[in-house]
Design a protein around this ligand. Structure first.
Ligand SMILES: [Zn+2]
Length: 441
């Protein structure tokens, strides 16, 4: 739509509170009860120069709205999409906002991946029916929750942006570094990846720089600084002038889409637009690091290619080669790296834990000869446990169906060993769809 940086909108939640919405009310309710207020906030952002506006549906999933009838959840999302669409017209894009569930997924909490995926699919379908152009998964602190949201939202076939929130350490609350998140969602097919909320624009410059290592289209929606409490209300300290000045640093770091999160107002966006006017988009997708596997916590540092098998090794081994080292993987052996069907119930986490972040090895996981009584949920549960393993995983599976369950539940970018038996295309296609790296023996 433009050669320059695209301007996003600012906060919705803090704007609604500033006009008197009770803090304990689900803001999505106002899409039905006070549409005039929501519409006017959208209108003020469009007037300020936003080229893409987010719907008032941030908390509109059925897990977060657990006390609300399912039918009403759908109506709140649909109405939120319609309101933004009415204001946006044909020249401004509408992003369907999808925030966290407020719960914790397994293995850290008791939410099942599949249930979370369904909740987001339901929300995404309501937003799509209401006419959004894209879906925006945002403020995610757990990459696995963001992945569930992505896979649910992808059922609509709309373009999807994914934004995570990082702490001052440069990692999400659950420990994922920015470049890992960027790589995982880029490979899953996100239209853009980025970051929102958090401590303010300055802290985001490094995050954008790191995301640039793994993905091309990066967005940044910072808060207006860190809030303080004044008279029982949260107050965001950063003035629009300062905010806009910092935002141009984000553009220089390579962000293509910049807006504001908590505490930002139409005034912030208006000055942001002035400061970014004529600012060209400087980011680009690096042509390296695409051949990378990563766990949810492991910084990908090697480019993985298939190496020649050195002489003297048995033909039962495959080799993954980085630029600096060869890593043999024994096929069918019961060395600690391998998980075969009979031991899948007892993943050898003890030994896998010993793989440190400095060790750029991978953990091969075999899903072979899985017994008939071993159902999909058990595979899912076992693979979910793999989130705790710091090193990235390469799956070898004798069926596409087990592999699919494994890839859906693996929180990171896995490798997939492609068999040489005429089914290559099925494996490669599945790996591509679920953002994994195809590895050839
Ligand atoms: Zn925020």
């Amino acid at each position: 739509m433009t050669d320059g940086v695209i301007i996003g909108d600012g906060a919705m939640g803090t704007m609604l509170q500033s006009v008197g919405m009770p803090p304990d009310l689900a803001p999505e309710k106002w899409n039905l009860d006070r549409p005039d207020v929501v519409r006017s906030i959208h209108g003020r952002y469009v007037e300020a120069g936003a080229q893409i506006i987010g719907t008032n549906t941030f908390g509109g999933n059925r897990i977060k709205l657990r006390d609300t009838l399912h039918e009403e959840v759908w109506q709140m999302n649909y109405a939120g999409a319609r309101l933004a669409r009415d204001v946006a017209g044909d020249h401004v894009l509408v992003a369907g906002s999808m925030g966290p569930t407020g719960g914790l997924l397994a293995p850290w909490g008791d939410l099942a991946f599949a249930d979370v995926m369904v909740a987001y699919q339901e929300q995404a379908e309501a937003l799509a029916a209401g006419g959004v152009d894209v879906l925006l998964i945002e403020t995610m602190m757990d990459m696995q929750e963001a992945r569930a949201a992505f896979l649910g939202a992808a059922k609509t076939r709309l373009p999807i942006g994914v934004q995570l929130t990082f702490q001052e350490t440069g990692r999400t609350l659950m420990g994922t570094p920015a470049q890992v998140a960027a790589g995982v969602f880029h490979e899953l097919g996100a239209t853009w990846v980025g970051t929102n909320c958090g401590t303010g624009p300055l802290a985001m410059v490094d995050i954008v720089t790191n995301m640039q290592l793994m993905a091309g289209n990066i967005s940044a929606f910072p808060n207006a600084g860190l809030p303080t409490i004044k008279d029982g209300h949260e107050v965001y300290p950063m003035e629009p002038e300062k905010f806009a000045a910092y935002a141009s640093e984000l553009a220089k770091a390579g962000a293509i889409l910049i807006g504001g999160c908590c505490g930002t107002t139409p005034h912030h966006i208006s000055l942001l637009r002035s400061s970014l006017k004529d600012q060209p988009f400087t980011g680009s997708l690096p042509d390296m690091l695409r051949e990378t596997v990563s766990s949810s916590s492991h910084t990908p540092c090697s480019t993985w290619v298939v190496g020649e098998e050195p002489s003297g090794q048995g033909d039962s081994a495959i080799f993954l080669a980085s630029r600096t080292a060869l890593f043999p993987i024994e096929r069918g052996g019961d060395s600690y790296h391998f998980v075969n069907a009979s031991s899948l119930r007892d993943l050898p986490l003890g030994s896998a834990w010993e793989v440190t972040e400095e060790d750029s090895s991978v953990v091969p996981v075999a899903l072979l000869n899985i017994p008939k009584d071993f159902d999909a949920q058990e595979i899912a549960a076992a693979v979910t446990e793999l989130q705790m393993v710091p090193a990235p995983v390469v799956f070898a599976s004798d069926t596409v169906s087990s592999l699919q369950i494994a890839l859906e539940h693996y929180c990171g970018r896995a490798g997939v060993l492609v068999p040489e038996d005429g089914r290559e295309q099925d494996y490669v296609e599945l790996a591509r769809t679920l953002g994994a790296l195809a590895v050839y023996a």
